[in-house]
Design a binder for this molecule. Structure first.
Ligand code: SF4
Ligand code: SF4
Length: 170
């Protein structure tokens, strides 16, 4: 008789994750989730990101998987999931909390990192090129208004934004 082979994959569990999330201002009602799926049924990016699954994974303590997955960064912050939740769970803000945890560990996707770098260096999320200024002039538009780069940088320093960018894992 042939033997059945079952391969088990060990997954690291962080039993404190649900408390870590629930203790934040953003994730307070995470424990109230009943896995009804109402959140996911209205999510515009549900093909890639399923908020009910994210909440479940938080409850299971799958921290490493959550903070290392690309999907949490695909959330459009539309808050449809939070509005639809019959339990007031607020999955959108739970996803925010996860992104904060990831960022504190230096896990920030490349695209967002470059937007953050632009913001720190120029005060804008995109750099204004000379081409863009020329095109504005042709269209009779005024020059792009000046930004207070130093003031902006002070705010970014104060809110630890710069530190988070510097912490990015290589
Ligand atoms: S709608 Fe609310 S209660 Fe239902 S699965 Fe989503 S988070 Fe949980
Ligand atoms: S806030 Fe994010 S997770 Fe919630 S419905 Fe919108 S895109 Fe989906």
């Amino acid at each position: 008789m042939s033997k059945a082979v079952i391969s088990l994959k060990l997954v690291e569990i962080d039993p404190n994750l649900k408390f870590e999330i629930a203790n934040t201002e953003l994730g307070g009602k995470a424990f109230w989730c009943i896995q009804c799926g109402m959140c996911t049924s209205g999510c515009p990016v549900a093909e890639f990101l399923k908020p009910h699954r994210i909440v479940k994974m938080v409850m299971l303590g799958l921290k490493d998987q959550l903070i290392n997955c690309k999907e949490i960064w695909l959330c459009t912050t539309c808050f449809t999931c939070s509005e639809r939740c019959p339990q007031e769970v607020d999955p959108a803000n739970i996803i925010f909390s996860l992104k904060n945890i990831a960022a504190k560990q230096g896990i920030i996707p490349e695209g967002l990192r470059s937007i953050g770098k632009n913001l720190a260096e120029t005060g804008r999320v995109i750099k204004i090129s000379t081409y863009r200024e020329r095109e504005r002039k042709k269209l009779g538009l005024p020059k792009t208004p000046q930004v207070h780069v130093e003031k902006n940088r002070e705010i970014l320093e104060e809110t630890s934004f710069i530190k988070a960018l510097e912490r990015v894992r290589q």
